[in-house]
Design a protein around this ligand. Structure first.
Ligand code: 5AD
Ligand code: SF4
Length: 455
């Protein structure tokens, strides 16, 4: 009987992408990928270490999996991958002996060997940062697998980070910044598009610092890469995330003005609004620099919407510092945002500081910030009512006879399924905004069929 594997991912989009690459690899090893742990021969937890809560989830999940068995009755092999694997290594097996192997994000191409070792009872741990490029050694997805994943896809172009923000584990879990070569990314994108993908989100922890080999002895910037990908005819939309303000180059800003396929939506975290806190966070820019940058980007692309990340309660953050965060949010205006209480992470500079902010203060600040951000999101969504927006249809809606797609600003848009089909971009007159979603009707005669449907 075919063996079954279940992969559960936590954390960021890069983990989602990695899970697809590991699934492709396991499929090449003869596994069927299943949607639940129940009855699986192999369970792989693809973990996140960014905040304490994320990291602790792994251990409660492992506790639940203790007695897991495959359909044949044999004990399920349990592997821990991702950033907790990288950060804690062998410690995971010490804390939860039921774990059979541990694999860090840079060693996924060694998965088959690790599984063999685990089957032999060796409890292998691989948290190396090998010299070879793992992407070159991972199995390619089949056309069927790509199609099954839908019309939007992630593609990692850059991994790791050299910025060393004082709160962040990423430089330790994902290592130094590495960019994949342009040709490799273009080939992967072409394969995706060939199988029906219409929108690609380029991923990197510091994606706008991308500087991949261009095949002519030089390096391509993210803007160059976007330009190359835009040349793939059936690819309709390009996005990228996550960016650092200091790497927002002139050419990337210009790409937002000139490249129609690049969506007018930018995730550009500022983290905090106080210069004292920004300095302590080692962000290497002031609040005013960020505001000026936003003005420049908006001058290039006036309809661009922004999203951001914020941390409240960074060590030493005073009431006045926090008010500066509220002020920058009011000044910039976000279409969406993620905000978090500062969580001390082992091994990061800020974790050792003695001026940690009390939990109750963090909670109160977070509540106020989130209320403001939610208001802004609601305002942004409401302002879309009455507009005509291009919507990429992604799938059938929850209700009968409905499609769900995405606007350029990533809002889910629900429309009657009488126009267009999955993979088409239709012009939609937006008539209502509810919660995070928009509702509307497709404008007749404005459907831009995807190539696969038109063919
Ligand atoms: N505590 C709280 N939030 C954090 N982030 C990163 N590290 C921490 C931490 N130690 C947030 C940042 C980052 C997002 C991915 O997670 O806002 O942009
Ligand atoms: Fe979590 Fe960061 Fe790892 Fe993504 S890269 S899984 S956010 S720790």
């Amino acid at each position: 009987m075919e063996k079954r594997a279940f992969i559960k991912s936590y954390g960021c989009q890069m983990n989602v992408y990695d899970a697809t690459r590991m699934a492709d690899q396991l499929r090449a090893e003869g596994y069927a990928i299943v949607e639940e742990a129940e009855g699986a021969d192999l369970v792989l937890l693809n973990t996140c270490h960014i905040r304490e809560k994320a990291a602790e989830k792994v251990y409660s999940e492992l506790g639940r999996l203790k007695n897991a068995r495959g359909a044949s009755g044999e004990r399920t092999l349990i592997g821990v991958a991702g950033c907790v694997a990288q950060a804690e290594g062998e410690e995971i097996i010490r804390r939860q002996p039921r774990v059979d192997f541990v694999v860090g994000p840079q060693a996924y191409h060694r998965l088959p060997a690790l599984i063999k070792g685990a089957e032999a009872g060796q409890k292998p741990v691989d948290t190396d940062f090998p010299a070879e490029d793992k992407f070159n050694h991972l199995a390619q997805p089949t056309r069927r697998a790509i199609t099954a994943r839908g019309v939007t896809a992630f593609l990692t172009v850059q991994e790791g980070c050299d910025k060393f923000c004082a709160f962040c584990v990423v430089p330790y879990t994902r290592g130094a910044e590495v960019s994949r070569p342009v040709a490799e990314i273009v080939a992967e994108a072409e394969r995706l598009v060939e199988a029906g993908v219409r929108e690609i989100t380029l991923l990197g922890q510091n994606v706008n610092a991308y500087h991949g080999a261009d095949g002519r002895g030089g390096h391509a910037s993210l803007a160059d890469l976007v330009g190359r990908l835009a040349g793939i005819e059936a690819l309709a939309r390009i996005r990228f995330t996550t960016s650092h303000p200091n790497d927002m180059g002139e050419d990337l800003i210009a790409a937002h003005r000139d490249e129609a396929k690049l969506m007018p939506y930018l995730h550009l975290p500022v983290q905090a609004g106080s210069d004292t806190v920004l300095k302590a966070m080692n962000r290497k820019h002031r609040a005013a620099d960020y505001v000026a940058l936003i003005a420049k980007i908006r001058a290039a692309r006036p309809d661009l919407a922004l999203s951001g990340d914020f941390i409240v309660g960074f060590p030493g953050e005073t009431d006045a510092d926090f008010e500066a965060t509220m002020a920058i949010v009011r000044e910039v205006g976000y279409a969406a945002a993620y905000s978090f209480k500062y969580s001390p992470r082992p091994g990061t500079p800020a974790a050792g500081r003695e001026d940690q902010v009390e939990e109750a203060v963090k909670a109160e600040r977070l509540q106020r910030l989130q209320a403001l951000l939610l208001d802004q999101q609601r305002d942004f969504n409401r302002a879309c009512v009455g507009r005509r927006l291009p919507v990429l249809i992604e799938k059938a809606g929850r209700r009968e006879g409905q499609w769900v797609g995405r606007s350029p600003y990533l809002q889910p848009v629900h429309i009657p399924a009488d126009a267009g089909g999955i993979g088409d971009i239709v012009e939609v007159d937006i008539s209502a905004a509810e919660g995070n979603s928009l509702f509307g009707t497709a404008v007749e005669g404005h459907a831009r069929p995807s190539r696969s449907r038109a063919a």
